[in-house]
Design a protein around this ligand. Structure first.
Ligand SMILES: Nc1ncnc2c1ncn2[C@@H]1O[C@H](COP(=O)(O)OP(=O)(O)O)[C@@H](O)[C@H]1O
Ligand SMILES: [Mg+2]
Length: 250
C-alpha cells in the first residue's frame, strides 16, 4: 500500500523570508512521519527556498541558466534539512531531485525515470522529492511544483493514500473547510479559491486543487489537510480524512 504525502513549504519554511527554514517544524514533521513510515513517498514544497529565487530570476517565464542553478541549489538545501531530520527521527530515506530524473513538456511531466523510487520503496527507503526546476523539452526549462509531483506519483504508483499538508484546514469556503469537493462543487466555489497569500509561484490553493481534481478524474481520491496541527500528519498517513477530501463527481 503506497502512500504519497506532501508537506507544503508553508509549514517547513517561513514563506515571508528568503531562505528561512523552520527547524522545529521540520523536526516535528519528521517525527510524525516516523510514526507511520512504511511505503511512504514524501514530497516537500520549496517554500522560501524556491519561490524567492524563482521570482528573482523570473522563472518559469524567463530562461535563465544561473537562475536554474541557484534555485535548484536552494531547494536541494531544504531537501537536505528534511532528509537529515527524518534520519534523526529514525527513518531511512534518500533525496530524489526531480531536476535529474524527469523531463517536462510545456510545463507538464512528460517522462519520469521512476525506477529508483520503486527500488527504494522495495528496500525500505523513503524517497524524498521536492518542488524543483526542471528542463522542458518544449520551452527549455520550467518549474515542477510539489503539487504536480504528488498528483503524478499518486497516479503512477496507484497510491492508496494521497495526502497534501498545507497551512490551512483544507479548501476553505466562507472561512470553513469543505468536507469534500469534486469538479461539480469546484465550478460553484472556484471564485473563492485563490493563489497563495505568501510567495508561491505555483498557484497556491487553486494550483493544488487543479492538480488533485485531475487525479480524482482518474479515480484516485486525495486529502488536503492542515499539517501545522500536531497529529494530523500521522492521521492522514493512516488514511483518515483530516481536511477536505478531493473526489470524483458521482
Ligand atoms: N479557498 C481557499 N482555501 C484555502 N486556502 C486558500 C484558499 N484560497 C487561497 N488560499 C491560500 O492558499 C494557501 C495554501 O497554498 P500555498 O501557500 O501554496 O501553500 P503550500 O506552501 O502548502 O503549497 C493558503 O495559505 C491560503 O493563503
Ligand atoms: Mg504551494
Amino acid at each position: 500500500m503506497t502512500r504519497v504525502l506532501k508537506i507544503g513549504g508553508s509549514i517547513l519554511t517561513d514563506k515571508s523570508r528568503e531562505l528561512t527554514a523552520r527547524p522545529e517544524e521540520i523536526t516535528r514533521v519528521a517525527k510524525e512521519i516516523a510514526s507511520h513510515p512504511d511505503d511512504v513517498v514524501l514530497v516537500h514544497g520549496a517554500g522560501s527556498f524556491g519561490h524567492f529565487p524563482a521570482k528573482k530570476y523570473d522563472l518559469p517565464h524567463e530562461f535563465n541558466r544561473a537562475g536554474l542553478r541557484v534555485t535548484h541549489n536552494c531547494v536541494a538545501r531544504l531537501c537536505e534539512k528534511v532528509v537529515e531530520a527524518l534520519s534523526l527521527a529514525g527513518v531511512e530515506c534518500l533525496p530524489v531531485h526531480p531536476l535529474s530524473c524527469l523531463l517536462l513538456r510545456d510545463g507538464r511531466i512528460d517522462s519520469f525515470f521512476m525506477e529508483p523510487i520503486k527500488e527504494m520503496l522495495k528496500n525500505g527507503i523513503m524517497p524524498v522529492l521536492h518542488g524543483d526546476v526542471a528542463m522542458d523539452a518544449a520551452g527549455k526549462a520550467a518549474i515542477v511544483s510539489g503539487d504536480h509531483l504528488i498528483a503524478y506519483l499518486g497516479k503512477a504508483l496507484q497510491a492508496e493514500v494521497v495526502a497534501v499538508g498545507s497551512n490551512v484546514d483544507g479548501v476553505l469556503f466562507s472561512g470553513r473547510p469543505l468536507s469534500r469537493i469534486t469538479r461539480k462543487e469546484f465550478s460553484v466555489v472556484q471564485s473563492a479559491i485563490g493563489g497563495s497569500a505568501s510567495a508561491d509561484v505555483t498557484g497556491g490553493m487553486r494550483g493544488k486543487l487543479l492538480e488533485l481534481l485531475d487525479l480524482a478524474d482518474l479515480g484516485i481520491d486525495s486529502v488536503i489537510f492542515n499539517a501545522g496541527i500536531e497529529g494530523n500528519i500521522a492521521r492522514a498517513l493512516k488514511g483518515e480524512c483530516v481536511g477536505t477530501r478531493i473526489g470524483r463527481a458521482n
